[in-house]
Every structure is written in structure tokens, then in C-alpha cells.
Design a protein around this ligand. Structure first.
Ligand code: BLA
Length: 508
């Protein structure tokens, strides 16, 4: 239903957020040509800095801003700097202290000076105990949800945000809030869902590469990048890995609509995939110091690793349990002369194998049913449907048969979900499993169908809970279900059917 509100949300994904041509105002960004080591682009928020030291544009990096970077300028020249490197702390006379960062972007070098806060931790070592403890604490968590709750809590302790939450993507890149830590200043989003377009594809790709972003004030005045005359026609500079990158105006509006003055998010990446985000909000502007962000990045990495491990462990456990079911079933089938008789005697394991409530074995005109099933005629219809759709695939699965094809509208109660495996190359012979409808209430963080103003490219205005009742769907078939079905198929096709066909030949 989310996709049916008539807006072209796919255009969200076309905004080039990595080349905004501007920065957020909490520092200085210099683009340096590595061959001449001269500044070819700059964004300086503080006019006093420009007044005091002159415009850095076209000057050698070592000379600009009172020569603050002179000591490290030469060391940056030959370096590949694919990942941003921390250069240390720098003091500009009368203008405060800064963290220095440098990385390569295309052919250029990007040097950033981030203004330090008065009371920020001097070193990352100061934060080490919080990171170390976190590893110990995590050992007690038994589930992914518990891990995430501990992660949200620790990030809130470190940063002082009003609300920190763990946001998990699903297969369609919608997301759900699965853990939260907060005070009373911002509402709870726990258990709410948000559509794919809230964090569009290019943003997700960027967040996979650049693991932390900070928006200290959603009402900030962006500072444009100015470039030297020789570069006016060059492609816009890629700020993907820049800390100060100015963010999408659509997202800034989203934050205002949400009632959050500042945000930070930390990517949870495993196996190269963006699994989720730790998303943090404050009602007012709030700037998290550099070292604290680095600590949060570590926490995010530790959390992602632990999540991956838990997910793998429960997958292995589930596979082992299915394997045991399968062994029982195969034992019966090979012991019994007729495998159909064997399946009849062992219905329970046949259904358990794919966590189903019904199954049917269809060979040409013969149909044997197990458990809760559609009628013979309905099964025949499903077989025709599956044969048409499966396109030579041995397995076909759907969790929403009644909405996929209207002729199956009335089957929700027994066969919202169908998993079918073809067991003959020659005939329409199938083993099918069925799952009933499971009616779910999904709580979305706002109803986008009526909230987008005038079809414009804009975030929704309200985040009031909007309930959607999802019908005609079963629990989806996962990889373990599919693999279990395919393994049984191998057994039936390779062992039992061959034997049966041999027997048939002898009898003819
Ligand atoms: C970015 N959207 C984001 C980010 C988050 C969300 C976390 C990362 C930036 C940040 O840390 O603030 C969304 N935040 C959420 C969600 C929750 C949350 C879902 O806390 C749930 C609890 N957004 C829209 C629409 C568009 C859009 C309609 O709603 C597109 C037209 C775009 N969101 C959008 C863009 C970015 C973004 C472009 C990238 C911002 C950037 O990094 O420049």
C-alpha cells in the first residue's frame, strides 16, 4: 500500500547527495591539488578567519590560515589516503582549536578542520573503558534484540542524545525500529516501520561506505564551496567521505517534521551489506565531538559483528533441527517400498520440514493430501498456476497466493503461502506445502499517502502512528525452508522416483 500513493518517490534516489557543493558550518573544508599542493576549493564558515588570514584559495596549503597546517602539508602529498586520516589537533591563534582530517577524493585531497567544543574529550583513550565494557556487557545478550537494546543504551550514554534507536532494514529496504533508549523529550518509535524511501538507495550506499554522519543543527546555514577560476568547469567535488558534507534539504525538512533539531547515525554493516543504523536524535541542536563519534563507530562495528554472529548461530541451529527432521523422513522413505505410503505414515515430519500446516503430493492426476489443504480441485488449479509461472525453476514460493492471483482469493485460510517443488522433468508432478494467512498489524511511523503535500518531493508531515492491517499473507518462506524443500526433492527424484520407475518398468 505504501507504494500506491501516486508519488514518484524513486526520484528521491536521484538527488546527488555526495556532491552538494557546500558544507555544514562547523569547520573548514579545503580541496587541494596534490601535485601543486595548492588550495583549489574552499568552504570557510567563519568570516573572521577569512578576514584574519585572507582567502586560502589558490595558495599553498602550508601557508593558509596562518600556516596552521604547515607541519603536515608535505606528509599528505604522496599518501593515498583512501580512508580519512586523523591529522591531530590544531590551534589557530585567536580562533580556537580544530581536529584535522584528510582523505583523497578522485584526484584531489580533501582537508577538513572541525571546530572543537570547549569541553570535549582530549583523546580517544579517554573513551576506551566505555568501549571495552561494552564488549563484556554484550556477552550476556541472548538475542539480536537484546544486543541492539544494549547498543542503543551505550550510544545514548556516550553522546547524551534524547533518543537513540536501532533501525533494521528488511529485504525491501523498509525498516523497523527494533530497540530504543530515550528520555521523555522525544516520543517512542519502538516497533514502528518506515518505508524504503525515507532513506533512499544512494543514501544507503553512501552510509555503507561512510559509517558515521552528524547533523548538529537541522536549521544550519550551509557554506558554499568556492573554487579557483581554473576549476569552474570541473565536475563537482565528491564529498562522500567528508565529515562536513552538507546534507540533503529533503532530509533536513524530514528532521524538522519529526521534531528533531539534531541527528547522528552510525551504520551497522555486515558482510558488506547495510544491515541497519543506530539513529540518534535530540530535540535541540547538539554536536557530538569527534572522538566520541569515533567511539560510537567502534560500538557500531562491535554490535554489527555480534549481530552477524547471533544471526549465523540461530540459522545453524535451525538448519540442524531441519536436518534431523529430514533424516527421519528419509529413513522412513527408504525403509518403505512405497515412498508415498512412507510420507502418509509420517505426515508430521513432512510438515515440520518446512514449518507448514498442509502439504500435497501431486503426480499427474493423482493427488495425496496431508494436513490442512485446499480441495483436490483447488490444488489442481494451483499446480496449473505454478507450472505456468515457475519457468523451469525447480522451486516456486509465494507468501501471498490470494493476492497474486484473484482465483485464489478464498484460499487465505489454508494456502496464503505456497512452496512448490517440481519432482519430475516429464510431468506436472509437484510436492506442495501450504501455510495459512497470518493477519498482522503493522504500525508505520506516519501515513505517507495523505501526508506528502501536493505530490511534491518532500518528506511526510506527520509521524503519528498509522496502522495497516496486512491480510492474505503467510509467514514468508526463508532460505532454510527452501533448502529443506530442495533437499527433499533431491531425495525423491534421485532415489525414490528412480526406484519407482524401475519397478513400473518391470511390471509393464
Ligand atoms: C537520510 N533518513 C536519512 C537518515 C535517516 C533517515 C536516519 C540519515 C541521516 C541522519 O542521520 O539523520 C530516516 N531516521 C530515519 C528513519 C528513522 C530515523 C526512517 O530515525 C526512523 C526511526 N526522506 C524522505 C523522503 C526522501 C528522503 C520522501 O522521507 C526523498 C525524497 C530522503 N533521507 C533522504 C535523503 C537522505 C536521508 C536524501 C540523505 C541525507 C544526507 O546524508 O545527505
Amino acid at each position: 500500500p505504501r507504494a500506491e500513493h501516486g508519488l514518484d518517490l524513486s526520484s528521491c534516489a536521484r538527488e546527488p547527495i555526495h556532491t552538494p557543493g557546500a558544507i555544514q558550518p562547523y569547520g573548514v573544508l579545503l580541496v587541494v591539488d596534490p601535485s601543486s599542493m595548492r588550495v583549489v576549493e574552499r568552504a570557510v564558515a567563519d568570516d573572521d578567519l577569512l578576514a584574519a588570514f585572507g582567502d586560502p584559495l589558490d595558495h599553498p596549503l602550508r601557508d593558509v590560515l596562518g600556516g596552521v597546517l604547515s607541519a603536515c602539508a608535505s606528509s599528505l602529498q604522496g599518501d593515498d589516503l583512501v580512508a580519512p586520516r586523523y591529522l591531530g589537533r590544531f590551534e589557530i591563534d585567536g580562533h580556537g582549536r580544530f581536529h584535522g582530517l584528510a582523505h583523497r577524493s578522485g584526484g584531489e585531497l580533501i582537508v577538513e578542520l572541525e571546530a572543537m567544543l570547549a569541553d570535549e574529550p582530549a583523546t580517544l583513550e579517554e573513551l576506551y573503558p566505555a568501549i571495552r565494557d561494552f564488549m563484556t556487557i554484550l556477552e550476556k545478550a541472548e538475542t539480536v534484540a537484546e544486543l541492539c537494546a544494549l547498543g542503543a543504551e551505550r550510544i545514548r550514554e556516550l553522546t547524551g542524545f534524547d533518543r537513540t534507536l536501532v533501525y533494521q532494514f528488511d529485504a525491501e529496504w523498509n525498516g523497523a525500529v527494533i530497540a530504543e533508549s530515550r528520555n521523555e523529550r522525544l516520543p517512542s518509535y519502538l516497533d514502528l516501520r518506515f518505508p524504503e524511501s525515507d532513506i533512499p538507495a544512494q543514501a544507503r550506499e553512501l552510509y555503507r561506505r561512510n559509517r558515521v554522519r552528524l547533523i548538529p543543527d537541522c536549521d544550519y546555514q550551509s557554506v558554499p564551496l568556492l573554487r579557483s577560476a581554473a576549476r569552474v568547469d570541473a565536475a563537482p567535488t565528491d564529498l562522500s567521505l567528508a565529515t562536513l558534507r552538507s546534507v540533503s534539504p529533503v532530509h533536513l525538512r524530514y528532521m524538522r517534521n519529526m521534531g528533531t533539531g539534531s541527528s547522528m547515525s552510525v551504520s551497522l554493516v555486515h558482510d558488506g551489506r547495510l544491515w541497519g543504523l543506530i539513529s540518534c536524535h535530540h530535540q535541540d541542536p547538539r554536536r557530538v565531538p569527534y572522538h566520541v563519534r569515533t567511539a560510537c563507530e567502534f560500538i557500531g562495528q562491535i554490535l554489527a559483528l555480534q549481530i552477524a554472529q547471533k544471526e549465523r548461530a540461530s540459522m545453524v541451529e535451525e538448519r540442524v533441527s531441519r536436518r534431523a527432521t529430514q533424516m527421519r523422513l528419509l529413513g522412513r522413505m527408504s525403509g518403505d517400498g512405497d515412498f508415498v505410503e512412507a510420507l502418509k505414515k509420517d505426515q508430521r515430519h513432512l510438515l515440520e520440514l518446512t514449518r507448514s500446516t498442509g502439504a500435497a503430493l501431486v503426480r499427474r492426476d493423482d493427488c495425496v493430501r496431508f494436513g490442512e489443504c485446499p480441495s483436490h480441485a483447488q490444488i489442481a488449479e494451483i499446480v496449473r498456476y505454478v507450472s505456468r509461472l515457475r519457468e523451469n525453476q525447480d522451486l516456486y514460493a509465494t507468501e501471498r497466493l490470494p493476492t497474486e492471483a484473484t482465483e485464489f482469493r478464498d484460499l487465505s485460510g489454508v494456502a496464503s503461502g505456497v512452496l512448490a517443488i517440481s519432482i519430475s522433468q516429464l510431468h506436472d508432478s509437484y510436492l506442495l506445502w501450504f501455510r495459512p494467512e497470518v493477519v498482522r498489524t503493522v504500525r508505520w511511523g506516519g501515513d505517507p499517502r495523505k501526508d506528502h503535500v501536493g505530490g511534491m518531493l518532500s518528506p511526510r508531515m506527520s509521524f503519528e502512528i498509522w496502522k495497516e492491517t496486512v491480510r492474505h499473507r503467510s509467514v514468508p518462506w526463508d532460505a532454510v525452508d527452501r533448502d529443506a524443500a530442495m533437499e527433499l526433492r533431491v531425495a525423491i527424484v534421485d532415489i525414490v522416483l528412480r526406484k519407482a520407475e524401475e519397478l513400473a518398468e518391470v511390471n509393464e
